[in-house]
Design a protein around this ligand. Structure first.
Ligand SMILES: Cc1ncc(COP(=O)(O)O)c(C=O)c1O
Length: 366
């Protein structure tokens, strides 16, 4: 429980008695999601490095690690540090650490964790090497390859080899391999199109691997993929790991394209008002992210969220709607951004609270 939470839930308590709103995670649904993903990883012979940006909570990360995750990816250094603090020390910063402050921080973290960072720029690589030497640590580096997302990464081709050579030549750094992330494809609704485009991106990534190996540099790790493309990326020979995150808790938007994973994350919200055909909840955009679209009401498939304000959600009800004082659970459309709005995650199983975890990294962007 977050210290500011005045009426915190306690383990053993029935969910039906909890105050509203609260962010819940259903552990039975998480277990099922982890089973599907980890069995898939084994089937394809790849590691599953779980992206912590969707969890932001080390209690849940420990739970995922105990179920068999092959390490964690993260988006920001604060997440990598929180993981290391929790004893989860196999960490990929699936982004760049740039500038003197961030490179020093990464180098210091590498002294107590098996840290790998991504790089796509020679000056950044030199700065990172200097920071690592200053800290007396070794930072693992993946060269990030742009496989079509047009975000970070060098183009697949000779530039990858050049940067890999530079990394391998600098004391303080250890060249570990390549990352290519197909983020632009994750939510493509047409599965055949998603698959074809993802395979095309992976071909570029694996071709880059061959170029680097031909230059005499061993490539241990080739990583990419997310919840939307996990099985496609995992199936490509030459890829060694996948890095999905949302699949652990899922959301209403991702569930449309990857129905094999269940929605485990919900905001329990109380009904504060009712009129014919509609009811109003005590959780709005400050508790349920709208950046990926409209949330859905769990166990009431006929109901439709029609509006959200800061502190209210208005739902059109298939009659009869719930009454003021009752509560429903809402599946957010975007799990990562919703977790980021809360400070406490209530882990539930079979209608009871099993654990209450702080979400240490919510609201942090460093
Ligand atoms: C670099 C990187 N890898 C993997 C992911 C996978 O995330 P998800 O499984 O939530 O789609 C993301 C999501 O933003 C990402 O930025």
């Amino acid at each position: 429980m977050h210290p500011r939470d005045p009426i915190g839930p306690t383990p053993g308590e029935p969910v039906a008695g909890l105050d509203t709103p609260h962010l819940l995670v259903d552990l039975d649904a998480v277990d099922a999601n982890l089973r599907v993903m980890f069995a898939g990883g084994r089937r394809y012979g790849v590691d599953v490095r779980v992206h912590f940006k969707s969890l932001k909570c080390t209690g849940l990360a420990r739970y995922v690690a105990a179920a068999g995750a092959d390490g964690f990816a993260c988006a920001k250094l604060n997440e990598a540090e929180a993981l290391a603090d929790a004893g989860l020390t196999d960490v990929l910063l699936a982004n760049q650490a740039v500038g003197p402050l961030k490179t020093r921080r990464a180098a210091r973290l590498a002294a107590r964790a098996n840290l790998i960072v991504c790089a796509d720029d020679p000056d950044n690589v030199r700065e990172l090497a200097g920071a690592a030497r200053g800290a007396g640590s070794t930072v693992g580096v993946l060269v990030e390859v742009d496989i079509g997302m047009n975000r970070c990464g060098v183009p697949a081709g000779p530039a990858v080899v050049e940067l890999a050579r530079l990394v391998a030549s600098l004391p303080g750094l250890r060249f570990r391999g390549l990352q290519g992330y197909d983020g632009h494809l994750q939510m493509l609704p047409d599965a055949a199109e998603r698959r074809a485009k993802s395979l095309a991106g992976c071909e570029q990534l694996v071709a880059a691997r061959r170029l680097v190996e031909a230059a005499g540099l061993p490539v241990e790790i080739v990583t990419g993929g997310g919840t939307g493309t996990w099985d496609v990326v995992a199936s490509v020979p030459g890829v060694t790991e996948i890095q999905p995150g949302s699949f652990v808790v899922m959301d209403a938007a991702y569930h449309q394209v990857r129905p094999e994973f269940a929605c485990a994350l919900s905001v329990r919200a109380g009904v504060v008002s009712r009129r014919p055909g509609a009811y109003v909840l005590d959780a709005g955009t400050k508790a349920i992210s709208r950046d990926f679209g409209t949330p859905a009401v769990k166990a009431r498939p006929g109901d439709r969220v029609v509006r959200t304000n800061e502190e209210h959600t208005i739902v059109e009800a298939a009659e009869p709607g719930p009454r003021p004082g009752e509560a429903v659970e809402v599946w957010p459309a975007h799990c990562c951004a919703t977790v980021n709005l809360h400070r406490t995650l209530v882990a539930v199983r079979g209608g009871r609270v099993e654990a209450v975890w702080p979400i240490e990294c919510s609201g942090r962007y460093d």
